[in-house]
Design a protein around this ligand. Sequence first.
Ligand code: SAM
Ligand code: FES
Length: 360
Amino acid sequence: MNDGLVKKLALTGDLSDGELAELIENGALDGELRLAADERRREIYGDEVFVRGLIEFTNFCKNDCYYCGIRRSNREASRYRLTADEILGCCREGYGLGFRTFVLQGGEDPFFTDEALCPIVACIKNEFPDCAVTLSVGERPYESYKKLRDAGADRYLLRHETADPVHYGKLHPASLSSENRKKCLFDLKSLGYQVGSGFMVGSPYQTTENIVADLRFLQKLDPDMIGIGPFLSHSETPFADFENGTAALTIKLISILRLMFPRALIPATTALGTVDLRGREKGLMAGANVVMPNLSPVRVRKLYELYDNKICTGEESAQCVDCLRARVGSVGYRIVTARGDVKKQTEEARRASSGGHQVN
Ligand code: SAM
Ligand code: FES
């Protein structure tokens, strides 16, 4: 094992493919990696943790991803969609609890055409002008992304899932392509969205080379947000019998991401908290700086089940926030009431640091 790998990554923000693979596969440097990532995160974001209020507003989906519990072929899923009033109600409750970002996430539900979704975005922005609206509703045409942006959407989350087209083909039916997913991400960027991407850790057939390719794709995309979480099996999908991804590898990759993308907003995800009950705390200690408590009405939470045993499905929103505040505090960080935009580097600082840390 090359002992200097963490120092090199911390200093330059990058490693060769072979070195990244070595770091991913070998656990010997995990402790040093975590400390370096936490140091970098504190340099830029201090002890602040940003919260995003997650509103899972529809579990209808026209797609059939092999890993996902709300895929259209899962006849066991009972389907729901929230009304515009219900979504606004979630935002009102969230605002009172200190949220300044609302994430509207759902399956690819044909009901939510641009004509249906744009007014909802506009209403939220109108009632809460100091808040950011993030959408996470999958692949849509450029024109649709443009209309939603014009309606006021600030950010968009679309994980690339895996950058390798062959691996992508093992996780999705032929109707979906890695190429279109990537095109969507660049479309979103060109429209001025703050863009989040990411991938599942330990998804079926994933290799170390796939993960290195994911990191390289992220370097090309240069996203503001990077979300990763372990693959977790769902009993009513073709991947029911596959092993779950691990907390250990997810946490290690959070640290690598923090050193490669020092300014990125990186969540400690619900999936990480599901595979390990202290996973979110461990993710924060390893470089993550965002948490996404659930603001959806309790009656639908269990229905938005992407994977088995999802946590926090029985809690009221206020309980989720209290619980997360305590969890975040227990490991030395602090939830703040703020939109939590990415901290961009000034041009001056960029010039001063060129040759040092890679910027993103
Ligand atoms: N439809 C939107 C999309 O495609 O981006 C948003 C909803 S989608 C269900 C959100 C994310 O959940 C996906 O990008 C995927 O990475 C994650 N996900 C789905 N099934 C999962 C599973 N079984 N284990 C872990 N994560 C999963
Ligand atoms: Fe929901 Fe803890 S975050 S109960």
